[in-house]
Ligand binder design. Structure first.
Ligand SMILES: [Zn+2]
Length: 323
């Protein structure tokens, strides 16, 4: 995914530079038509640049080039103004002054310009399915929305629990696949406990690490699997679902159980991914008991195997209802 987007961006930057050239030459023709002297001065400036480059290659220091350049540029600028153009009308055309629309900066170490980096990140987020949820990050995760009173029978508060879960899942997202539970994370608990927020925060961390990430509801995942099962199209989407490094599956259990096909497709998905060392991060409103009942022991034993999955059971009050 990343490579494909980068290829597209590189093509767009090339096209932008061609467009910049077209604009520049159109401007030059326009100015020259009104005032032929401008054209002659532009040629003289170009010739000065060439001769100084030739001079450097041949090893002799060209004379007073900066002064000559400055003089020519000054003449061009005043002629432009005299003829009703802005004085910078014939300066090189580009949108980004840092990279001049090449997309890269730095010499000798070339690195991606911030303008391209920003666009790459935006597209990666959009492609991953995380586009609208970019603000749900570990930096914007607020502990103070969770009650700090001890949960009966547990000995700690919801806030303390969330702090622990925040730190554990963040470390997992930063370190995967070098973690013990390298098959994934499953959040279980009632709605309004912050499961989806954390899922999106984890996806953001992993996306920023350059991993291939896909975020979608289990309802949507089911649609993709059914479409590929019952017809020949939809295979590309299924491949993504199977092969993306980390699959973020929100709200497992809300998709309709249409027939046995649904359950066996989910089994296939989890099984294939685990066999290929790909991780799943799952949220579900189902309790662990209901998860076993709905998806059979075969699936549950894969998702709840605590030697390979981090099983996060969340307790407490619905914070959306409190607000
Ligand atoms: Zn740039």
């Amino acid at each position: 995914m990343r490579r494909e987007i980068l290829r597209q961006l590189t093509n767009e930057y090339e096209e932008r530079r061609r467009e910049n050239d077209r604009i520049f030459f159109a401007r030059r023709a326009e100015a020259e038509q009104k005032c032929p002297e401008i054209g002659r001065l532009m040629d003289a400036r170009q010739e000065l640049i060439f001769s100084s480059v030739r001079g450097i290659i041949l090893g002799h220091q060209p004379d007073q080039v900066p002064e000559k350049m400055e003089k020519l540029t000054g003449q061009i600028r005043s002629l432009l103004v005299e003829n009703g153009f802005p004085d910078d009308y014939l300066e090189p055309v580009y949108r980004c002054p840092l990279c001049k629309d090449t997309g890269y900066v730095g010499d000798p170490v070339r690195e991606m310009c911030s303008c391209m980096q920003k666009e790459l990140t935006r597209r990666l987020y959009a492609e991953s399915g995380l586009g609208d949820q970019r603000e749900q990050t570990y930096d914007t995760f607020r502990l103070d929305v969770f009650p700090d009173t001890v949960i009966p029978g547990l000995g700690y508060s919801q806030r303390q629990m969330m702090e622990m879960i925040r730190d554990m899942t963040k470390a997992w997202a930063e370190q995967w696949p070098d973690v013990r539970e390298n098959c994934g994370v499953i959040f279980s608990g009632a709605s309004g406990l912050g499961k989806t927020f954390l899922l999106h925060a984890m996806a953001g961390v992993m996306l920023d690490r350059g991993l291939n990430v896909m975020v979608l509801s289990s309802y949507r995942a089911q649609e993709i699997m059914r479409k590929a099962y019952f017809s020949r199209d939809g295979q590309d989407d299924l491949d993504l679902l199977m092969n993306t490094d980390v699959l973020f599956l929100d709200d497992l259990g809300t998709e309709p159980l249409l027939d046995n096909v649904t359950v066996s497709q989910f089994f296939n998905l989890f099984n294939e991914r685990q066999n290929h060392q790909k991780a799943c991060v799952i949220s579900t409103n189902l309790s662990l008991k209901n998860l076993r009942e709905r998806y059979t022991e075969r699936i549950a034993s894969r998702l709840l195997d605590s030697s390979r999955m981090m099983v996060v059971e969340m307790r407490g009050e619905d914070i959306r209802r409190n607000r």
